[in-house]
Design a protein around this ligand. Structure first.
Ligand code: ZN
Length: 397
């Protein structure tokens, strides 16, 4: 998309914004003027008369209403509103047309069938997985049945997700029973994760009880904090929690920063839950869609340029693009190593080489350098340091 076209769209938006403001003012002005006339008429009608003559009064009311009617006809408040609205919609429709004109790129051109082969079953599985993560259980089962993939229905995962939904539904109303029940059954796994979740949940429950009555909380603490007092990492915190008993009722909420605590515990719960069940809460399908949308403008631009450039056309049959597409760190799932010499991304089964000077290059690049050097020692491609291949070390990520 060219710069000036983009500017045109911005201008359109500005115009619409301005017009919408004027329309709003116009409507407000019209309403005010009608109100003014109504108030004036009301005053005239209610004006006290010296002689209370029904006939005179009736005539006066009639005159006032006729007068009001005449003035309203003269001012035409509705017309000015309609006129300014008309203009607003004109601008809006022009904007829509300009968008269509500018974004006419055909995204089909971007798609390289040599690079991606769509396996229908694979796509269907991804859709099903998405439905499952979105907790649309019925839809999930029906979808798999209709696509002939009934055997893929994962009852176990469904149950796991149903449980977390129940826990979080409860959590929304600050109830912790389900969460505590679950955390207690997963005590060992949580300990393996070195997670303080169970303690945090009990602490929240204790504070909740504290707001209801102190005796109840003390009993709760006796029952559930015993274990934590014996654990070094929780002992201090558990003691601190016991001091909350001394707080005045009204101050508990603020002092314990309850709202924040709920949020933190909820996040920890979700994190631990996913780790224990080896579950991902992010839908792969949605992630792909977002990544694709973010990358699309760059691919569109590349497609336009490459159609005119002979050298780039050759890339069409290759298994890669000659451009880098940055879509943000949220989409980086694992580290990659790009060799500073060959600019190649190192495959997971290869290891980069650490040179004695501290520079790191790919093994392939090092082999090329050592092969071209006619003595045992070779020079680092970045700095003047010399070394032998035996002195270098492989790096494992
Ligand atoms: Zn070096």
């Amino acid at each position: 998309m060219q710069e000036n076209q983009y500017d045109q769209l911005l201008k359109d938006v500005e115009r619409i914004k301005k017009c919408s403001l004027i329309t709003k003012q116009e409507i407000s002005k019209s309403i005010d003027s009608v109100l003014e006339l109504l108030v004036e008429a009301k005053h005239q009608i209610n004006e006290p008369m010296e002689i209370e003559d029904q006939e005179v009064r009736r005539r006066k009311i009639k005159d006032s209403i006729n007068n009001l009617d005449e003035k309203l006809r003269e001012k035409k408040p509705l017309k000015s509103v309609i006129d300014s609205h008309k203009k607003y919609f004109q601008y809006l429709s022009k904007y829509g047309k300009n968008i269509e004109k500018i974004f006419k790129s055909d995204i089909n051109n971007v798609f390289k069938d040599t690079l991606v082969s769509f396996e229908k079953e694979c796509v269907n599985e991804a859709i099903a997985e998405h439905l499952l993560i979105e907790k649309k259980f019925e839809l999930y089962e029906n979808f798999l049945k209709e696509t002939g993939l009934s055997h893929k229905i994962d009852k176990e995962k469904q149950n796991i997700l149903k449980t977390i939904q129940k826990i979080f539904d409860e959590f929304q109303t600050n109830q912790l029973n389900e969460a505590i029940k679950w955390a207690q059954t997963k005590k060992e796994e949580l300990e393996d994760l070195d997670s303080p979740l169970l303690f945090y949940l009990h602490r929240l429950q204790f504070i909740q009880n504290l707001q209801k009555g102190k005796m109840e909380s003390i009993q709760y603490a006796r029952k559930h904090f015993k274990d934590f007092f014996n654990q070094k990492k929780f002992a201090d915190q558990a003691q601190q929690v016991m001091f909350y008993i001394l707080l005045e009722n009204g101050k508990i909420q603020d002092h314990c920063q309850l709202d924040q605590s709920y949020k933190q515990v909820e996040e920890l719960l979700l994190d631990n839950y996913c780790k224990i069940y080896n579950l991902t809460i992010k839908s792969a399908l949605l992630q792909c869609l977002i990544a694709g949308t973010l990358a699309l403008p760059k691919f569109l631009k590349y497609t336009q340029i490459s159609s005119m450039d002979e050298e780039l056309k050759d890339y069409h049959n290759k298994n890669e693009y000659p451009i880098e597409v940055e879509i943000g760190k949220d989409f980086k799932y694992h580290s990659i190593f790009v060799c500073p010499i060959s600019r190649d991304v190192i495959e997971p089964d290869q290891n980069p080489v650490w040179l004695t000077c501290g520079h790191v290059i790919s093994e392939a690049s090092m082999k090329k350098i050592t092969a071209s050097a006619n003595k045992e020692k070779f020079k680092c491609p970045t700095c003047p340091k010399e070394m032998t291949a035996r002195e270098t070390k492989k790096i494992y990520f």
